[in-house]
Design a binder for this molecule. Sequence first.
Ligand SMILES: *Cc1c(COP(=O)(O)O)cnc(C)c1O
Length: 225
Amino acid sequence: MNKEKALENLDKLIADVEDARLQLSEHHIVKIIGISKYSTSEDVATLYSAGQRAFGENKVQDLKEKMNTLEELPLEWHFVGRLQKNKINNLIDLKPTLMQSLDSLDLAQELNKKLEAKNQKMNCLLQINSAKEESKAGVMPEVAVKIYKEILETCPYIKLKGVMSIGAHVEDKEVIEKSFNTTKTIFDELKPFGAKYCSMGMSGDFKLAIKCGSNMIRVGSTLFK
Ligand SMILES: *Cc1c(COP(=O)(O)O)cnc(C)c1O
């Protein structure tokens, strides 16, 4: 990807995001996370030069490599993948800006224990399996509020900042919208408990996600094409 292409991709994305967010309210701000998992560090640097600062990876090893390669740049790094228990310490050492894929109470308690041992805190989002898809990680919507509060009470080294979810993996827009609305309803219920981010929407469905109230989108393929 050359700089021109990066500018073009980013311009198009920002215009689409503007369009979607203004349909909600001019006060509705959406943060864009560039998901670089299929791309090189070089492409991340090119997008940075075009104005993009926040990036995300779904594997701890890849996150580590890109963070190291690009350490001179003032980037913000997010983790969005399944976290295996044997990689927890590696992730803690990377000090990500936001760990978006906390997908069970069990993982939260294990992460909390290891954070405590290192006397470090981590910003996290609780991942919700809003479409109840077997292939997807996350807590079920019915228990999401309860688990969120349980993490708040039992995991002082985890700073919960909101929720994350992946839209239903189907063609039917109404079904996708329903899955976003499910997450948004939970987010609203958690706002009094400090939830700030409702992370939903990817390349194929971010406009719909924003219309449903998302304030953080994770865009990979359309940004890095
Ligand atoms: C890969 C990935 C994305 C980005 O997906 P695109 O469809 O390429 O935009 C977003 N969120 C998560 C959790 C991902 O793993």
